[in-house]
Design a protein around this ligand. Structure first.
Ligand SMILES: C=CC1=C(C)c2cc3[nH]c(cc4nc(cc5[nH]c(cc1n2)c(C)c5CCC(=O)O)C(CCC(=O)O)=C4C)c(C)c3C=C
Ligand SMILES: [Fe+2]
Ligand SMILES: [Fe+2]
Length: 387
């Protein structure tokens, strides 16, 4: 197969509390995270929101030991994947490209160039595609490719999403089964899938296939699990005042409690590593909500991390990608059908995408927030819950 490079894409997380502010600034500077009609407003609003959110976010990171474990886990995954690929006879090198924190995607690309990698597989560590995650990383890569003609020499292929991969489904089912079997009556435990949310407008107006892929993935995992358990899918981690995908995890937990459900196993489904939203949000915040709702036995299925069957899934994905005709970054959005990844570019030649309702709302909110803060000394975003 020759020498291959694998670029693992991930979000990144602050290594220590001092990193939280600049990490949040990078995150909110991304037009795929906050979609604004005016590019010039992006940085001031990112600065404003990140400054105001830092304290709350730091408190959450403090509760999980003062930083995100994402870098370390991703490094372990990369090491395990490289080892496994080499065991199978491939001369492979695995790189990590984070979107908002170290090691940044730009650094990974610089190393890939230095190492004279000629064949590259681009593998996002998100099983399902969203404009806000894999889409954002692909967009960045596309820009890097446009800016540097030398990158044209690299024969690359992109894996847009891989939630149907059989070994991945097996690994998820194994982890769930292990957790269920800790209960005295495993079949009576409610399997609660908690996916990371996105604003509803991403799906309904920008055509993000995320919700559909999450729903399909949940059904496939339940099919692979092959047990009679009841299950629910809900969405967590809402940020800001707009409507996100529903039902919200918090509401779904309360409803199950009201129905008399006492045993649940929560499955984080949009992400393959432990991170703040599993360790803090699910393990601490949602556990409390569940207990108050009368769900007395609450357990959480661990994230895949370096589960050997998951590493095998990645090996299979890489081998298939190398064998198949290459998929280019520009083809991904076409494949995902009507995904409107780049609304800002459209706005440059006239505000035609009127459907981006919440962008307008957010832009107005940004302005309003600045004015209100100047007058009252308290931010509007504080009142609407973004901070
Ligand atoms: C598939 C997973 C994720 C989706 C979809 C996603 C969308 C999304 N996220 C925000 C806002 C924030 N995300 C933050 C951290 C964060 N988000 C994900 C995953 C997805 N985000 C991860 C893995 C992490 C990093 C976790 C870590 O361990 O550090 C944060 C910062 C944390 C906090 O302050 O709560 C924010 C803010 C939006 C707005 C969005 C969709 C538009
Ligand atoms: Fe997020
Ligand atoms: Fe989040």
């Amino acid at each position: 197969m020759g020498r291959i490079g694998v670029l693992l894409l991930n979000l990144g997380g602050p290594d220590q509390l001092e990193d939280v502010g600049p990490f949040l600034f990078n995150l909110f500077s991304d037009p795929e995270i906050i979609r604004l009609p005016f590019p010039w407003l992006q940085k001031p609003l990112a600065w404003f929101i990140s400054t105001r959110r830092t304290k709350l976010s730091q408190e959450n990171y403090r509760q999980i030991g003062g930083g995100s474990p994402l870098r370390q886990i991703t490094e372990e995954q990369a090491e395990a994947l490289e080892k496994q690929l080499r065991t199978k006879g491939h001369e492979a090198k695995v790189y990590i490209g984070m979107r908002y924190w170290h090691p940044f995607t730009e650094e990974a690309i610089a190393r890939i160039k230095r190492d004279n990698i000629e064949r590259l597989v681009i593998l996002p560590l998100y099983p399902q595609f969203s404009i806000s995650t894999s889409g954002s990383s692909f967009r960045l890569l596309q820009r890097l490719w446009q800016e540097d003609p030398k990158l044209e020499k690299i024969e690359y292929t992109v894996i847009p999403s891989w939630y149907k991969q059989p070994s991945y489904l097996q690994a998820m089912a194994q982890l769930i089964a292990q957790e269920l079997d800790k209960f005295p009556n495993p079949d009576a435990v409610h399997v609660f899938f908690s996916a990371h949310g996105v604003p509803k407008s991403y799906v309904e107006e920008a055509g993000d296939p995320y919700q559909q892929e999450i729903e399909e993935c949940t059904a496939l995992i339940m099919q692979t699990l092959d047990r009679p358990n009841a299950h629910t899918l809900a969405y967590q981690s809402r940020v800001g005042p707009v409507e996100w995908l529903q039902p919200y995890t918090e509401d779904a937990l309360k409803e199950l409690g009201a129905q008399g459900v006492e045993n649940i196993a929560v499955v984080p489904i949009s992400f393959v590593s432990e991170h703040i939203e599993t360790l803090q949000e699910i393990d601490i915040e949602y556990r409390e909500v569940a207990e108050e709702a009368g769900i007395h036995h609450f357990c959480r299925v661990p994230a895949l991390n370096t589960h050997p069957v998951f590493i095998q899934a990645m090996v299979d994905l890489v081998e298939e990608a190398v064998k198949n005709p290459s998929l280019k970054l520009s083809q991904v959005t076409q494949m995902k059908k009507k995904v409107r990844m780049y609304p800002q570019e459209r706005w440059e030649w006239g505000m035609t995408t009127t459907a981006e309702v919440w962008n307008g709302r957010l832009a107005m909110l940004g302005f309003l927030a600045l004015v209100i803060e100047l007058i009252t000394g308290r931010g509007l975003l504080h009142f609407v819950g973004i901070l």
